[in-house]
Design a protein around this ligand. Structure first.
Ligand code: HEM
Length: 123
């Protein structure tokens, strides 16, 4: 496999990886809600915690931020399949920046989760 073929296979893989991320996000959301219903501290307690709302807000914001890169990956794959064209550098840089912002916001989600579970900054 030469470097162009390798790049092509990587760009095709992006969309599959993105779909997997979507399925994982749905599973995380489902298990998160389930923990508020069946968690030991009771539904009312969880939903009165600002940290839970922070977590959920971050989760939703990250989800919304991921729309643009997802559409970009789909467009890249379409161009690759139709015309054998790889994305230009400016587009790659832009997509990387969006994913980088998402990744940095994601760090705060388990932080909020652990504080919530340990009763730090809860009421
Ligand atoms: C990327 C997203 C998420 C990550 C990485 C994450 C991570 C975690 C972790 C690591 C814990 C265990 C904390 C500990 O025992 O120290 C936890 C607990 C929990 N999560 Fe999430 N979570 C996410 C999304 C959500 C969402 C969307 C919800 C609710 C809508 C949610 C609700 C909860 C609840 C209720 C607990 C139990 C807290 C407790 O035991 O007091 N999580 N989460």
């Amino acid at each position: 496999m030469n470097s162009i073929e390798f790049a092509e296979s990587q760009y095709r893989y992006f969309s599959a990886n993105d779909l997997f991320n979507l399925l994982a996000a749905v599973a995380v959301l489902g298990t998160g809600f389930a923990r508020t219903w069946w968690g030991i501290k009771g539904t009312a307690w969880y939903w009165h915690q600002p940290l839970l709302h922070l977590k959920l807000t971050l989760f939703v914001v990250i989800g919304l931020l991921s729309i643009k890169p997802t559409l970009t990956f789909l467009r890249w794959r379409k161009h690759l399949n139709a015309a054998g064209q790889l994305p230009v550098e400016a587009e790659i840089r832009q997509a990387r920046r969006w994913v980088m912002i998402e990744a940095h916001l994601l760090v705060f989600v388990p932080l909020a989760a652990t504080m919530l579970a340990r009763g730090i900054a809860t009421r």
